[in-house]
Design a protein around this ligand. Structure first.
Ligand code: NAG
Length: 497
């Protein structure tokens, strides 16, 4: 999972054992790192120590080649080809990013246990054949709300590791909301000093220092995941206004907020000082963010007058552009006068999504009824909300992004993103319960083509994810729709090997 574009199975197997070596294209950027990464993951999964580019050792062992395709006409960024025979595994890609995606496929092909009858040493048999793969959508995202409840750097890193395994390439961090401001801004220190120390339910909150944030960005980048920072405005801004009351535009005295209502706060959209503040925030965050996007929120500004909202969004769009980023906003932003390079993230209003497309903007699909990870699975679900729908594992998977909204087709869609809002969850275990297994289905919805997706086939492959999820110590929701294929051998969680 996600299902590759083309699979041709053949009738033998490659034996992965302690004599196997990994060879990478020496002069291609990033390929050696991908080889090292594969070696670490093989060790984590099998305990085998596989050498990378160790030329002294080649004659005895079978080889995994990771090499760069020289064919510059076929330079699709994330495409790869995997050819497995009895003697070798050849993973080829035009970029290290493509090779990295291919490595995830290879990891999934390594069986859970070794076949010790064939050889004196332990050997893992990888079925032979050829896989040709390329994603259906270029943007395959997950969103995590670290504002309603704060999640530590370690928690987010574990989520990144899990997302990478399923070829997700964008992690959108919802960094600010009414209940908390989670990112250090050096020029406005009270944002985190005051705005960072609360959360839903009155807990202690928390925030990322700039060093923490850079650490997360770098950690994600190594797994070819782009971090998309979100500062939600002009609504959802109580925590910022609590720190700096001049920002507040709703006329009431700013009080700390730890409930779960939405739509009651707003920035003052008419003051230049507010835009000077936003300029600093966008600049500091953009300087730490190598990715091309800045998410400016824009949802549920219920107490901001429409005219003021539109004026605000178009001014923020210009600030975002000034710092070299492309603006993403929730679908409400489409009414403002903004550059058509801005991207609308559809979540609830189909008319807004259609307006985006008429204006020539691209959309990211995050339909609340299908892709909101914070929706309960059913009435008995321990965590989550259900304002949009109950979303069982099959409902989450069975829909077609290209045909979800009339008139919005493949060419209008940048990709799919699954948001996880955190009003009802505060621990990693709770996060995992809502995100898994549904997130795995969203990865297939955004990577695999419609012809390659089928619930009956998917649900078997999902059941086969159990050993990986168990080894990662993921507390997934054990939906009765799935036959969870527990490993026959007890798996000790090896989180930090
Ligand atoms: C919406 C809000 C969000 C909230 C979520 C809960 C968007 C774009 N906005 O009301 O702040 O956490 O639903 O499902 O989703």
């Amino acid at each position: 999972i996600p299902k590759p574009l083309k699979i041709m199975a053949s009738n033998s197997a490659f034996g992965l054992d302690q004599n196997t070596v990994i060879h990478t294209s020496s002069n291609a950027t990033g390929f050696n790192e991908v080889g090292q990464y594969l070696s670490e993951k093989i060790k984590w999964q099998t305990q085998l120590d596989i050498a990378v580019n160790n030329t002294t050792n080649t004659s005895s062992g079978r080889v995994i080649f990771i090499h760069q395709l020289n064919d510059s006409t076929n330079s699709k960024k994330e495409a790869y080809e995997l050819t497995i025979t009895q003697d070798s595994v050849i993973l080829s890609a035009a970029t290290a990013e493509g090779a990295f995606r291919g490595v995830q496929t290879l990891r999934q092909l390594i069986p859970e246990s070794s076949n010790d009858t064939l050889s004196e040493t332990k050997m893992w048999l990888i079925s032979s054949g050829k896989i040709t793969d390329n994603p259906n959508f270029e943007y395959r995202g997950a969103m995590l709300d670290v504002a309603r409840h704060f999640f530590s750097v370690e928690d987010v890193k574990k989520y990144i590791d899990l997302l990478a395994y399923y070829k997700i390439n964008a992690l959108h961090l919802h960094l600010t909301d009414d209940q908390g401001w989670r990112i250090e801004i050096k020029s406005w220190p009270k944002l985190t000093e005051i705005g960072g120390s609360s959360e839903v339910g009155g807990g202690p909150g928390g925030f990322y220092t700039q060093e923490d944030y850079k650490d997360l960005v770098a950690y994600a980048a190594k797994q070819y995941i782009t971090i998309i920072p979100e500062v939600d405005m002009p609504g959802h801004t109580n925590a910022a206004s609590l720190a700096y009351p001049f920002l507040n535009g709703n006329g009431k005295k700013v009080e700390p907020y730890t409930g779960i209502d939405v739509g009651f706060s707003t920035f003052d959209t008419r003051k230049d000082t507010v835009y000077a503040f936003i300029d600093d925030v966008v600049r500091e965050i953009s300087e730490m963010t190598p990715g091309p996007y800045f998410h400016a929120g824009g949802d549920e500004s219920h107490v901001t007058k429409k005219k003021d909202f539109n004026y605000f969004i178009s001014r923020v769009d210009k600030i975002v552009k000034k710092y070299g980023k492309r603006m993403i906003g929730w679908d409400e932003i489409v009414h403002a006068d903004i550059d058509t390079t801005a991207i609308a993230q559809f979540w609830s209003n189909e008319e807004n999504a259609k307006i985006a497309v008429e204006k020539g903007m691209k959309v990211i699909l995050s339909p609340g009824k299908k892709a909101y990870l914070d929706m309960q699975y059913d009435t008995l679900s321990k965590y989550g909300l259900h304002w949009a729908a109950y979303i069982p594992v099959d409902t989450a998977y069975v829909w077609t992004p290209e045909r979800y909204i009339n008139g919005i087709n493949k060419e209008h869609i940048l990709g799919v993103e699954a948001p996880l809002w955190s009003e009802t969850i505060s621990t990693m275990e709770e996060l995992e319960y809502l995100a898994f297994p549904r997130m795995i289905g969203y990865s297939e919805l955004s990577w695999s083509t419609e012809e390659n997706r089928n619930w009956e086939d998917y649900k078997i492959r999902l059941g086969n994810q159990t050993p990986f999820l168990d080894r990662m110590n993921v507390k997934y929701y054990p939906s009765k729709l799935i036959d969870w294929k527990k490993a026959t051998l007890p798996i000790k969680p090896r989180l930090k090997d």
